[in-house]
Design a protein around this ligand. Structure first.
Ligand code: SF4
Length: 375
């Protein structure tokens, strides 16, 4: 059996208070079966004896991890053994001061609070179950208890203005938050928001305003000491999320829990997105895997480029064995235009997205992959 070294362990908690109408992540309503989830996550962890780790990063994501008892985190962490950064996502509606304090005692070192917006009317649009006052109270407790904490915000919410965004950011940076993730609201098919757009119950923000919002956030946070290190992520110096950085660098990680994804040495798999089935498979001593694939050759190279270009530091073409190909391609009409127009920046041996490319990352990345891998 081949052994694989794991850098990060992700644990998916697929339970939420209620489904947000824009969300396309897998989650289920919080119900009593969540109480035995720990037993199955631990069983699943035991099934990976051909993987080994030494102080991995750990990330509890969801769903809503903050619906789980502190003992859940304690048990999982004690089975992992030694670890470094331990992040947990939290929904402001689900925590109190005592809970946060206990999380710190059981080993959580970094929290990420899904605030999304501080505007009462926008919280209503998103159907988030807390008020601005409650969100700020939780943020004040969390930043007092944890030295390393961050927030998620969403931009381009129907009805949102640049002034709303500016007001939110000004409030947030008054707290000692070390990390801010900013997500463009996307209308995924099969979500209620997709229907609301189709039936004109909601009006999407124009592309031009989305672009303005993105760059407003970027320049505002940079002016306040944050480093823009990934398309959607900003951190104070020394506080980038080590765990997520490993995804973009395509390092090996193990995902546990219903719906979790794993990737190690070109092997990718995704667990079944159904808690009952997840339990049944583990009881039958089977891994709860729904899909698996081995990624190699050109596909692996394409994946390294698409993940790597998300980071503002870009990709090292020399390390990827693509320096000669780039030298040849950068003189083509199309690639030279992408560089000259500021969509891409090339500083040998690094290639990264330029300012214009950041907001159009998917399209620019596709062009790079086509030119360097598939042509
Ligand atoms: S809390 Fe998060 S994971 Fe749960 S439904 Fe809302 S957006 Fe999705």
């Amino acid at each position: 059996m081949k052994f694989h070294f794991i850098h990060g362990i992700y644990i998916h908690i697929p339970f939420c208070l209620k489904k947000c109408p824009y969300c396309d992540f897998y989650s289920e309503p919080f119900h009593p079966k969540a109480k035995i989830y720990d037993q199955f996550v631990l069983k699943e962890l035991q099934a990976y004896s051909h993987l080994f780790w030494n102080s991995p990063t750990v990330y509890f994501g969801g769903g809503t991890p903050s619906l789980m008892e502190p003992s859940f985190f304690e048990k999982v962490l004690s089975q992992i053994g030694k670890y470094t950064e331990v992040t947990m996502e939290a929904n402001p509606a689900t925590v109190d001061r005592q809970y946060l304090q206990t999380l710190k005692e059981v080993g959580i070192t970094r929290f990420n609070l899904g605030i999304q917006s501080l505007q009462p009317d926008l919280l209503k649009v998103l159907e988030r179950p807390y008020s601005r006052k409650e969100a700020l109270l939780v943020l004040s407790w969390a930043t007092q208890i944890f030295e390393n904490g961050g927030v998620d915000i969403i931009f381009a919410i129907p009805g949102q203005t640049l002034t709303d965004l500016e007001e939110d950011l000004k409030i947030l940076i008054n707290f000692p938050v070390k990390h801010i993730s900013t997500y463009l609201l996307t209308f995924y098919p099969h979500t209620p928001f997709y229907e609301y757009i189709k039936t004109k119950r909601l009006n999407p923000i124009s592309l031009e305003t989305q672009r303005k919002m993105y760059f407003f956030i970027k320049y505002f946070l940079e002016a306040h000491g944050f480093i823009h290190y990934e398309i959607s992520n900003f951190a104070q110096p020394g506080y980038i999320c080590q765990h997520n950085q490993q995804y973009w660098e395509l390092k090996n990680y193990l995902g546990l829990g219903a719906g979790a994804v794993s990737f190690y040495d070109g092997h990718w798999h995704k667990n079944i997105e159904n808690v009952d089935q997840y339990y049944i498979l583990l009881k039958a001593k089977q891994k709860p895997i729904a899909e698996a694939e081995n990624i190699g050759g050109k596909d692996l190279l394409a994946l390294k480029i698409s993940m790597g270009l998300r980071m503002l530091k870009g990709i090292n073409l020399e390390k990827l064995g693509l320096l000669n190909k780039w030298e040849e391609k950068q003189n083509t009409h199309y690639m030279s235009a992408l560089v000259e127009e500021g969509f891409l920046i090339y500083e040998s041996p690094f290639l990264r997205l330029g300012k214009k490319g950041l907001f159009l990352a998917d399209s620019v990345t596709r062009e790079v992959i086509t030119a360097l891998v598939f042509e």
